[in-house]
Design a protein around this ligand. Structure first.
Ligand code: 5GP
Ligand code: ZN
Length: 114
């Protein structure tokens, strides 16, 4: 996707603080962190929203969870706990239309979310 911010980050065209990457996905720190640990995990492939996930995308979506587990361990938050969030469309607050999983940790996270 030509104009997609996160496609540009995954191609290295825009700098980011990368914490994990492999052939399928990349994870980097959120520029406006909402918790002491706030990492975004994205597939390299452009998928706009959860509504756009195809059956053939199930493998990569599963890999996002596996990466979250690895990154949580790297960040030292596995035992204390962390939250994984995927916002879909306007009412959920999605602002970047390249699917991403937020990994939030390092403080008590209230529930229900705002
Ligand atoms: P959303 O609201 O779409 O679920 O989350 C988008 C996230 O991307 C926000 O938390 C926002 O702070 C983050 N973000 C927006 N632009 C950039 C950027 O250029 N670099 C990084 N690292 N994060 C960004
Ligand atoms: Zn994209």
């Amino acid at each position: 996707m030509h104009d997609c911010l996160f496609c540009k980050i995954q191609k290295g065209e825009i700098p980011a603080d990368i914490v994990f990457q492999d052939d399928d996905l990349i994870a980097f720190r959120d520029v406006n962190p909402q918790a002491p640990t706030h990492v975004l995990i994205i597939p390299r492939q452009h998928i706009a929203t959860v509504n756009d996930i195809a059956g053939s995308d199930e493998t990569i979506m599963g890999k996002l969870f596996s990466a979250a587990k690895i990154i949580a361990a790297q960040e030292g938050v596995s035992d204390d706990g962390y939250r994984l969030v995927v916002n879909c469309n306007a009412q959920a607050g999605q602002t970047v239309f390249h699917i991403h999983m937020h990994l939030l940790a390092g403080r008590n996270l209230s529930w229900p979310p705002g």
